[in-house]
Design a protein around this ligand. Sequence first.
Ligand code: ADP
Length: 508
Amino acid sequence: MEPSKFSAAEPLQAFLQSIDVTTLSADEKLHALYNQMIMLLERITDAFIALDTSWRYVYVNQRAEEILGFPRAELIGKSLWDVFPALLDTHVEQLFRKAMQTQQPIQSEFLSPALHIWLQVHIYPSSNGLSIYLLDITQRKCIEEELEQRSTLAKRFVDSNIIGVLLASEHYIFEANDAFLDLLGYTRADLQAPGINWQSITPPEYHAQDQQMLQQLKDGVHHVTFEKEYYRKDGSRAPVMLGATLYQAQPFQVVCFILDISGRKAIEQRKDDFISITGHELKTPITTIKGYTQLLHKILERQRIQEPLLFLEKMNEQIDTLTRLVNDMLDVSRMHEGKLEFQLAEMEIDTLLHDIVETFQQMKEQPSSATHTIILTGETHERIVGDPNRLRQVFINLINNAIKYSPNANRVELHVEKQHDDIVVSVRDYGIGIPKEHLSHIFDRFYRIYDLQHKGIQGLGIGLYISSELVQRHGGKIWVESEVGKGTTFYVSLPPIYKRQLQMPPGV
Ligand code: ADP
């Protein structure tokens, strides 16, 4: 048997009985037993101290020397209270005295007033004094304290009801705080009712997103955040921002944080309504002004009055810019409402791009394109299906941006080629470039970069949003590569007609 495996709580007898003393004399037996016991006490991981009935140290093992901070030579024969006067008048003194008086073993844990560490102590009294086993449990206590602090913090956070918190399995909600219940109008009992689970309170269009979130957490993603809606008890919808994180893998449980975003959504809706109404209100007067400008142009031409014609052309240009802006605004609100319509046709992508570049060359007299030459290279001979006007809109927007954001350059390069099974068109400029931190946002609605380089270049921040929506609705992808000061390349990939017939997405 290996003596060092003994712990203080285990009886010594088992070890002592294992010593074969049958062949020894009585004195030798005693000596052997004594030696074995000392060896054992030196090897145990606990500190061991023996005190006599006058509280004097009789024995101190090696570990006890370490914990008490004194060599045994300085302790043996001295009173516990003389060595550690800080113990007097404390609950530790009471504990030791009680053990001595009652002759009952005592076990306790305390923060030592003398050593300032947490100790677990087992006191075994006998008529000779006390046998004391000490274990330094400071590390365990610190961990316990930290855990307790954390759980208090978490509990305070949940109880504060600032945001909704719920604990759920794959299907059921086990616990929800008041903030979550108040948000949806349910009681705790409602959530326990049969048939109620977190799918039943989620509109069907969000089920796939919920499933994806659960899968991501199962796959080890640390946390997932997304916007969704819940059904309130009265049947109305509550828009929320949901953050979920894994609580435990087996059985699978997640903690979700739910933030009410109905205020923000209402403001967004008002903004969308405003854009839509303004767009529609502006459209009629602009069309009328355009009509009268053209009429005036014709009359002046007929009467051969040259000078005002120049001003009229400038007016016409501005009206066209205004028309584009209004159309963009209307597109954004139509997209948001899912009401964008497409006039589908078959076309050759090479021809479409040639036409677009030609249009730009013809507009050479316009200040925006006068400065830049648009160069088209590559060919695919591929046919695509889509709305030609909408696809023109995408590429014109990219070319206009390339010109707008490269004021010191004089060329924009378009290239078309087949990559694997897709048609990829790139629009490259040698302009100011886009800082890295903005790259993932520039396709967001109303996103504009406000830094020194972009300062003074006007726009609404919706062109790329519209382009990306249009490309996606054509089954394609749009992405960007850029380096500040060197230039930017936008890429649009579109499926050729044969591929598209196989997998036509809804809406196009
Ligand atoms: P805007 O009307 O502001 O041009 P867009 O949606 O077309 O709106 O573009 C969004 C933002 O992306 C722009 O404000 C600009 O900061 C940046 N951007 C777009 N194209 C380029 C480009 N070719 N070079 C540098 N920055 C660009």
